[in-house]
Design a protein around this ligand. Structure first.
Ligand code: PMP
Length: 477
């Protein structure tokens, strides 16, 4: 069991008279936060997202806390969209950066071999499931999850000579054209995604809103049966696909864990039909779900594993690791300038090592379970909670319309406005939580893996208070 220190949380403090930005390193005083926010509104694109929900100007951060230029401190349950596995400015991450800087190594080295890269690859491979480590090849991508998804699609298309892809309802794989074509959210795909003729959309096992009206393991099994029969039906309309792409827990899709048995079924269905299986662990990887890799819960080995976010220790890095039999790429088949970020490789290796040595997967399991129990308690007297679900430190609470009649599966329609109010009220109470899922009505908790039990209690306290306030105050969002 890792020793995770309590970082001495303080409640939101708006009384600080010294702007935090003035304290650091003898730089010129920072401009007042309201001016920075105002300039952002004027200069940056209308596509900006988090900045709208969380109008702060962060100037300091440590562990799970983030401090704005006005001195207000927040508990960060978003953690760089899951990329800050060890929280903000963890000493081993900071030290890894220092070591690279002190060594005068090049900071950027394209795809050349370097000692820093060699260490990253060796560290990663030592932690991968045996099968993948033994037969695996790694490709460094442009440093985003989306680019790694593009690479995975390209790799499997090249290897199979086929084009179609099997993807799931609720999936999120990124915002570039190929990644967007396998993403499920219609609102973000319209009107820019390519026509989805080469993507066959399959039902993900979402028990609370089971498309078959069954739910539970039986609903998931029915979905798997449907998928197998669709692929085998000579008149089913699906050309032999290049790949199936799946998330073991859908994150942006509303924190929906796939049952282990269902994931094993997907492995069997694809293996039996020579369809490469791509598992997107961009969000679930590196101890997040209570296993080092989420595929370990089901005990499956994919043909391609997609990794980003935590694997870079908070700096931009993305890779795919795949069965060497798929390695039919031509030289330069998936290239890009920024594939050699030495700082990210160093922080990635340090994060992987720390997470393994301190068994953060176990910490995510234990404290994650406790958080879930607390969320269930929070749900008990709140009919606007549809479902509490998740795995490890990926937790979600589906917000529903408590006044609507439940359907046959006892689920109610989503309540996106209430969800937005809860996020806003949480922010007012010094807690950063994001939304996801259908109509953005799932409150998601994605804390850093080093969250202490005291911090977890604080998260619950603030969320419960926010929920109560949001239900009372229909205009707060
Ligand atoms: N796949 C999954 C499962 C993700 O959660 C995300 C990002 N939330 C992506 C891919 C895309 O990653 P990026 O935003 O770095 O492109």
């Amino acid at each position: 069991m890792p020793v995770v220190t309590d970082r001495g949380l303080r409640p939101p403090d708006r009384t600080s008279s010294t702007p935090a930005a003035d304290e650091g390193g003898g730089h010129a005083p920072a401009p007042p936060p309201h001016a920075v926010l105002q300039r952002q509104r004027l200069r940056e694109s209308s596509a900006r997202t988090y900045a709208r929900s969380f109008p702060i100007v962060p100037v300091r951060a440590s562990g799970m806390t983030i401090t704005g230029a006005d001195g207000t401190t927040y508990l960060d349950c978003l953690a760089g969209a899951g990329s800050l596995a060890l929280g903000h400015n963890h000493p081993v991450v900071v030290e890894a950066i220092r070591q690279v800087l002190d060594s005068q190594a090049p900071l950027h080295a394209l795809d050349l071999a370097t000692p820093v890269k060699d260490t990253f690859v060796e560290t990663l491979f030592a932690l991968l499931p045996d099968d993948l480590a033994r037969h695996g090849r790694i490709h460094f991508c442009g440093p985003t999850g989306a680019d790694a998804v593009e690479a995975a699609l390209k790799l499997t298309r090249t290897a199979t000579g086929r084009h179609g892809v099997l993807a799931f309802t609720g999936a999120y794989h990124g915002m570039t054209a190929g990644a967007l074509s396998v993403t499920g959210n219609v609102a973000v795909r319209t009107p820019v995604a390519p026509a989805p003729t080469d993507v066959t959309r399959l039902p993900y096992p979402y028990s609370y809103r089971c498309p078959f009206g069954i739910g539970g393991s039986e609903g998931a099994a029915t979905g798997a049966k449907y998928i197998a029969s669709l692929l085998d039906d000579p008149s089913g309309g699906v050309l032999p696909p290049a790949a199936m792409i799946v998330e073991p827990v859908q994150g942006e899709g509303g924190v929906i864990p796939a049952p282990d048995e269902w994931l094993r079924e997907m492995r069997a269905i694809t293996a039996d039909r020579q369809i490469p299986l791509i598992v997107d662990e961009v969000q679930t990887g590196v101890a997040r779900t209570g296993a080092f890799w989420a595929i370990e819960h089901a005990g499956i080995t994919p043909d391609v594993l997609v990794l980003s976010k935590a694997v870079g220790g908070g700096l931009p890095l993305a890779v795919i690791v795949y069965d060497s039999r798929l390695d039919g790429w031509q030289v330069g088949a998936h290239t890009g300038t920024f594939r050699g970020n030495q700082l990210a490789m160093a922080t990635g290796a340090a994060t992987l090592r720390y997470a393994a040595e301190h068994d953060l997967a176990q910490h995510a399991r234990v404290v994650g379970q406790r958080l879930r129990a607390e969320l269930n308690r929070l749900a008990a007297d709140r009919p606007s909670v549809g479902e509490v679900r998740g795995r490890g430190f990926m937790l979600g609470i589906e917000v529903v319309d408590r006044d609507a009649a439940p359907d046959a599966l006892d689920s109610r329609p989503p309540a996106p406005e209430l969800a937005a109010r809860i996020r806003a009220e949480a922010f007012r109470r010094g807690l950063i939580v994001e939304l996801g899922g259908r109509e953005d009505s799932v409150v998601r908790l994605l804390p850093p893996l080093v969250i202490s039990e005291a911090e977890a209690d604080s998260v619950i306290e603030r969320l419960a208070a926010a929920w109560t306030a949001a239900e009372r105050n229909p205009t707060a969002a």
